[in-house]
Design a protein around this ligand. Structure first.
Ligand code: KG4
Ligand code: ZN
Length: 371
């Protein structure tokens, strides 16, 4: 059995996890900052990195404790000695860490913690692309491993990527968003509708009481490409919101005459109908273009990944409309966590990959065959 410690800090979740043989979660600890960032309506990078600094060691310690693996204290020298003596035989074989893409300050915290731990314990370090890790959530479920080649739709707050995966570590990027990421569009529209952050789960909830056909919203099909665009859809929602609330972000309020006797018209924003229509438009495009790509590239299945893959309509519609097998992880493995880092780390570790101590963060890292 090969145990890998995974560490994740690319955005606003501090995570550490121990995974066996790339597929079995032994421990998976996530310290979410979502309550802290809610007051800003989005992730505040400086606050995020400071919070990672506070959380990283307790989170790693808890993940090791829950896995029954010891944490060795005693300062750098004792740590180095103990680590060199006792590295692999206590079970851990490597430390895998996200080095990109993500927020620079946040990535630095996890990467440096991972380097310290690996050096102190005499373990190898494996650098992981966060987008690749999201895909590996599909290997962390109790089912036969997904069949390859697969078309992977990675949709989160920071990414919308369509990727052809032909083998472990073998990727071809087919397309991605030209503007907002799908999750970012959910978060921005959630804010426009006055819903709480993050917008994705809030829109899904609000949409339950609404009609997906109440508003005719645009879909950017971008024919002939595997790219996506969500900014036009977001602007269309903004225009509708402004009809109800002229002061909504994006348009200055027209000053009313000082002596005007007519009170402003206050109409109730149809939040549920707008949420349902917006969600349906996003899902429609994601499903159609992913299925098309899967057929174009003769994939054996479709894999969903990333925070937006927790969306019930996306899961259901992809399964209903795509003629190929569709797999998606449970919601808690769709959003950021370190088990997915450890899983991706396992497959890179057994392929012989090792990072040097000079491994640096790459905030704009892309997923390519060379990753
Ligand atoms: O993967 P993730 O935790 O972080 C990034 O790597 O960005 O994804 C977070 C994103 C947020 O934009 C959030 O609104 C979205 O995933 N999200 C959802 C749902 N749950 C989370 N979007 C739509 N429906 C959901 N149920
Ligand atoms: Zn993510």
């Amino acid at each position: 059995m090969t145990l890998i410690l995974g560490i994740e800090s690319s955005c606003d979740e501090t995570g550490a996890a121990v995974v066996a043989d790339g597929r079995t979660i032994v421990s998976n600890v996530v310290a979410s900052q979502v309550d802290i960032h809610r007051r800003y309506g989005g992730v505040f990078p400086e606050v995020a990195s400071r919070q990672h600094v506070l959380s990283i060691l307790p989170v790693v310690r808890q993940a090791l404790d829950e896995a029954g693996l010891a944490w060795r204290d005693g300062g750098p020298e004792a740590g180095l000695q103990a680590g060199l003596q006792a590295g692999p035989e206590d079970g851990l074989e490597a430390v895998a860490v996200t080095y990109g893409p993500g927020l620079a300050g946040s990535l630095l915290v996890g990467l440096n913690a991972a380097k310290g731990l690996a050096l102190g314990r005499g373990l190898p370090l494996v650098g992981i692309n966060h987008i690749e890790a999201h895909i590996y959530a599909n290997w962390l479920v109790d089912a036969p491993p997904p069949e390859l080649p697969a078309v992977c739709l990675v949709v989160s707050g920071g990414h919308t990527e369509l990727i052809l995966m032909t083998g472990h570590g073998q990727y071809r990027r087919l397309g991605g968003t030209l503007d907002d990421a799908a999750g970012e569009a959910f978060d921005k529209v959630g804010r426009l509708l006055g819903l709480s952050y993050p917008g994705g789960p809030a829109i899904q909830e609000a949409a339950r009481a609404g009609s997906p056909t109440a508003f005719k919203l645009p879909r950017a099909w971008l024919p002939g490409s595997h790219d996506f665009s969500f900014s036009g859809l977001k602007t269309a929602v903004l225009r509708i919101v402004q009809k109800y609330r002229p002061e909504a972000e994006g348009r200055p309020t027209k000053p009313r005459a000082v002596n005007s006797q007519t009170p402003p018209v206050m109409r109730v924003l149809p939040v549920a109908n707008l949420a349902a229509s917006f969600q349906a438009a996003v899902v429609d495009v994601l499903v159609e273009k992913t299925c098309q790509a899967a057929q174009d590239f003769e994939a054996r299945g479709v894999l969903l990944a990333g925070g937006v893959a927790a969306n019930e309509l996306l899961r259901n519609e992809m399964t209903r409309r795509c003629p190929l097998p569709v797999r998606y992880p449970p919601p808690h493995l769709c959003t950021d966590n370190a088990a997915i880092i450890a899983s991706a780390g396992y497959y890179r570790f057994v392929a012989g990959e090792r990072a040097g101590w000079d491994l640096d963060i790459v905030p704009g890292l892309k997923l390519t065959a060379q990753t």
